[in-house]
Design a protein around this ligand. Structure first.
Ligand SMILES: [Zn+2]
Length: 428
């Protein structure tokens, strides 16, 4: 065996068992009793989870964490975020993505889906960090002429062609028209066709706010899902982010098309976009993953916090404490997200890629240990993670990131973020 995670409380198929996890050639080779291996992580007193999957984020927005808060989505985007983003350089995206990678490793995320620009820099951060990711260039055509719009789609397709399978297969690609309200109809149709031609997933923001739904009806006479459907958007492999304002009929339709949802409860609450119908999604048979959305609207990439919020928001919305119980939320954060990204991870089972998150349970807030699945969702946070493993490679052990110089990455990000904001404010 290459790696042995020894004597942990391992989350296997809905239950926690005291077993060893043996890893060979990047995959889980044995769940049971393993004597030794080239490298051993002692997980005694720890909870071993399938690697957490962040199903929707914009990693480089970590540079804008705390820059603009307490505003509704459209004001936040148009008046605060977009003006600064207009000054973002490829180097900024590189630095922000590396910061996000360190944060994800430290908080137990092993795979993430990212839609942004300068995606080659995000891919570089994935390569360097050892994380797994599904990446797509965020196509936006609003305010652009026909030629510029075609160029946007071309950039998205070129990224797919160049980077699918990069970083020894840890990078997968997607086509990502940003949203129905930021892309013209022609681009939405052509992006959907291109995703089918390239055999990659199509990913977009959908029905995040009530205002967006109303505007879509005013402009196009249809609600956003029906509008996207008219462009063949759901004919291939697709999943959407948010889905806060989806009706029961729309959920049923998405389920019938095997279109999943990346649920982003913190961003939805922070921007007052509403509470997504997660219980309704699950009832309808929609695959649900959990995402943080960008760290400027969250404001962290801690998927433990997000999973807790996913469970709480559902109970609050439905006025029913029994909906989205701990195990359901944990499964969404692991196998749900893995299914959306198509990573084959999200479960601790022989033959699956060895992506693991190890949580130290030796803490007052994780005592006593009546129910470890409950603890994973309601009591633990990303700071409790001590080891992170992707494809059998140890990215962190005992809280020390091994693939990157975490301190240098953080210092670099502090400096780069300050310069970005100074530049944006000076140049307007
Ligand atoms: Zn987003």
């Amino acid at each position: 065996m290459d790696l042995l995670v020894k004597n942990g409380n391992v989350y296997v198929d809905g239950y926690v068992e005291n077993v060893d996890v043996g890893v060979q050639d990047g995959r889980i080779a044995e769940v049971g009793d393993v004597e030794t291996a080239d490298r051993v992580i002692d997980a005694s007193g720890c909870l071993v989870l399938p690697g957490m999957v962040n199903a929707h984020t914009h990693a480089a927005m970590s540079l804008l964490r705390g820059y603009a808060d307490d505003l509704p989505l459209q004001t936040w985007l148009e008046d605060e975020i977009w003006p600064v983003e207009a000054h973002l350089t490829a180097e900024d995206v590189r630095v922000g993505s590396r910061l996000a990678a360190v944060e994800m490793i430290k908080t137990g995320t092993t795979a993430f889906a990212d839609m942004y620009f300068h995606m080659d820099k995000v891919a570089d951060a994935v390569e360097e960090s050892g994380l797994r990711a599904s990446l797509g260039y965020g196509i936006i055509t609003v305010g652009k002429d026909e030629e510029e719009s075609e160029e946007e789609l071309r950039e998205g397709v070129e990224f797919v062609r160049e980077y699918d399978g990069a970083a020894d297969g840890r990078v997968q690609t997607m086509l990502c028209p940003h949203a129905p309200y930021t892309c013209d109809g022609t681009t939405l149709r052509e992006a959907a066709e291109a995703a089918r031609d390239e055999d990659v997933t199509l990913h977009t923001h959908l029905s995040e706010t009530a205002g967006e739904v109303e505007d879509n009806v005013d402009e196009h006479g249809e609600r956003p899902p029906e509008y996207l459907d008219s462009f063949g958007f759901f004919e291939g492999n697709a999943y959407v982010a948010h889905g806060v304002h989806l009706s029961d009929d729309e959920l049923g339709y998405l389920a019938s098309k095997n279109v999943g949802v990346a649920h982003c409860p913190s961003a939805n609450m922070k921007l007052a976009s509403g509470n997504a119908p997660v219980a309704g999604m699950l009832d309808a048979g929609v695959t649900v993953g959990i995402g943080t959305d960008g760290p400027a609207s969250n404001n962290t990439l801690d998927l433990f916090k997000e999973t807790r919020h996913a469970a709480l928001v559902a109970k609050n919305r439905e006025d029913d404490a029994s909906v989205v119980p701990a195990q359901t939320a944990l499964d969404a954060a692991t196998r749900g997200g893995a299914n959306l990204l198509g990573t084959g991870t999200g479960v601790i089972e022989e033959g699956h890629p060895a992506d693991l998150t190890v949580v130290d349970l030796d803490a007052p807030h994780l005592t006593p240990k009546h129910d470890l699945v409950s603890h994973a969702v309601y009591a633990a946070n990303g700071g409790d993670v001590t080891a992170t493993v992707v494809g059998g490679e140890v990215l962190m052990e005992d809280g020390v990131v091994e693939t990157m110089d975490a301190e240098a990455v953080v210092a670099d990000a502090e400096e780069t973020a300050r310069e970005l904001v100074e530049r944006a404010e000076a140049e307007g």
